[in-house]
Ligand binder design. Sequence first.
Ligand SMILES: NC(=O)c1ccc[n+]([C@@H]2O[C@H](COP(=O)([O-])OP(=O)(O)OC[C@H]3O[C@@H](n4cnc5c(N)ncnc54)[C@H](OP(=O)(O)O)[C@@H]3O)[C@@H](O)[C@H]2O)c1
Length: 251
Amino acid sequence: MTGPELSGRVAVVTGARRGIGAAIAEVLLDHGATVVTSGRDEEQLALQAEVLGKRGRVIPCAGDLGTAEGRARLLGTAGPVDILVNNAGGFTHASTTLDSTPDDWGRQIEVNLTIPFLLCQAVLPGMVERQWGRIINIGSVVASAPQLGNAIGYVAAKSGLVGFTRQLAAEVAGSGVTANVLNPGTVKTEHLEEYFAASDTVSERTLSAAIPVGRLGRPDEIAALVPYLVSDASGFLTGSVIDINGGAIHA
Ligand SMILES: NC(=O)c1ccc[n+]([C@@H]2O[C@H](COP(=O)([O-])OP(=O)(O)OC[C@H]3O[C@@H](n4cnc5c(N)ncnc54)[C@H](OP(=O)(O)O)[C@@H]3O)[C@@H](O)[C@H]2O)c1
């Protein structure tokens, strides 16, 4: 395996059971990190860990990160965290400014913004004390380029993720801890396939037509950047927002 050597590093990847999170867990294992995989589905997470275990040391930890208990279990299982990838997120159904309910709004903010914030807050003191840490928050292209068919709370949360990550990065700059946002464009994951299945109007073809590269991204294309972002070599890269979207940014 070429590239940054992460042996001895402990990485937590949320939403690691499938999609982009699973691809990130794979590359971190391939580069030698111990990876704590987080998701809500205990059975699926355990099955995945059996497969991922062939690549390196995997510790699955199931729990709802929207609860204090779920977060405490994850952090207790991981012990000192060197690398935190806040990837869990997304939205279950589209909503506009006019039809979003307070509950919809609150759910999007919780999973896409509050949980990442609380996990950052929890791991940061140890990272600062050890003078080394890497935080990657997985945002979305929607933070820079509005797209119809999203959930308004999701867009607000992913935009908020950019602001809080930049601020956090500035607060700890010089301590050996970096924090960056990776904003994927549309990536072909199981979640997206479910969305296509439920939609009469949105399909892979319609979404691909809006992407200059002419196709959806793949999870491994997002994950490929992660080993560099969590390496020693990336210590000067912090507070940045990195877009990977097939050229889809318009603003
Ligand atoms: N796919 C895209 O086109 C795209 C584009 C831009 C940004 N993104 C972002 O990239 C990230 C991954 O996307 P994806 O498509 O790979 O999504 P995904 O397959 O739906 O994975 C997200 C995972 O988050 C976990 N999760 C959700 N709520 C949770 C909670 N309360 N506690 C613990 N885990 C929770 C789920 O785990 P369980 O299933 O185990 O419950 C789920 O598997 C998300 O943040 C998404 O917003 C995706």
